[in-house]
Design a protein around this ligand. Structure first.
Ligand code: G3P
Ligand code: CA
Length: 222
């Protein structure tokens, strides 16, 4: 039986709509993704907001660090909270939450627990101690390790962090990497491809999930 690859809308549908906004997430859901990926930071008053950078300059009409919710994040969209994103996706698609900012683990776990979304969320991070902290807070929440460069043993990173998956950049993905991960009981969720032929090549390696800023193309290819 051929397993279907999980289609992930990266930062919602980042090439089609303002990234990490409810509008982008809504678009990804309409397109038919299985899950959406978002990034989270804490504001100074302890709110978890969905934003990629630790400053608001690139993606909003404001300046400075992530502190306020009043900025225009594109097409009139405001910066959403994680809670708002969860309310939007619940019952429709799964959610991949990248722990970007420092100290977000506890609030993120609490938000997901209160929403009854523990089995519909995966937490990812380049900061693997944050993923271990998530496991300590709630071992039932799935996690996946991100890495910038290709480590000698990517699966080791996941096992050390008690994660269920490796999340490699597409440039590191090979059939051999997937085979090794699967042999260890780990999933492989690659990011990101926005080009159809490349998506097809990646899917042939046996990956379990693929992210894209063009979920419209990804859903068509899958
Ligand atoms: O899913 C992984 C990917 O989102 C990591 O890179 O920079 O887009 O957060 P970045
Ligand atoms: Ca991300």
């Amino acid at each position: 039986m051929v397993e279907l690859v999980v289609a992930t809308g990266h930062r919602g549908a980042a090439a089609l709509e303002p990234e990490n906004t409810l509008r982008g997430i809504r678009r990804a859901i309409e397109i038919g993704v299985d899950q959406v990926e978002v990034d989270v930071h804490l504001t100074k008053d302890g709110e978890l907001v969905v934003m990629h950078d630790d400053t608001v300059d690139r993606t909003t009409n404001g300046h400075g660090r992530v502190r306020d919710l009043g900025f225009d994040a594109g097409k009139g969209e405001v910066v959403p909270t994680l809670q708002e994103v969860i309310s939007l996706v619940k019952g429709k698609v799964n959610l991949q939450v990248e722990l970007k900012g420092l100290g977000v683990e506890e609030k993120a776990v609490e938000t997901v627990e209160e929403a009854g979304m523990v089995d519909k969320v995966v937490f990812t991070s380049f900061r693997h101690p944050a993923l271990k902290a998530v496991k300590e807070l709630n071992p039932d929440i799935e996690t996946g390790v991100l890495f910038y460069c290709l480590p000698i043993e990517p699966c080791r990173l996941a096992l050390d962090a008690e994660a269920e998956a490796i999340h490699p950049n597409i440039h590191f993905v090979s059939a051999e990497m997937v085979r090794r991960a699967h042999a260890l009981g780990l999933e492989v969720r690659a990011w990101n491809s926005d080009e159809e032929e490349e998506m097809k090549r990646l899917i042939k390696t046996g990956i379990d999930a693929l992210g894209s800023n063009r979920p419209d193309l990804l859903v068509k290819v899958i």
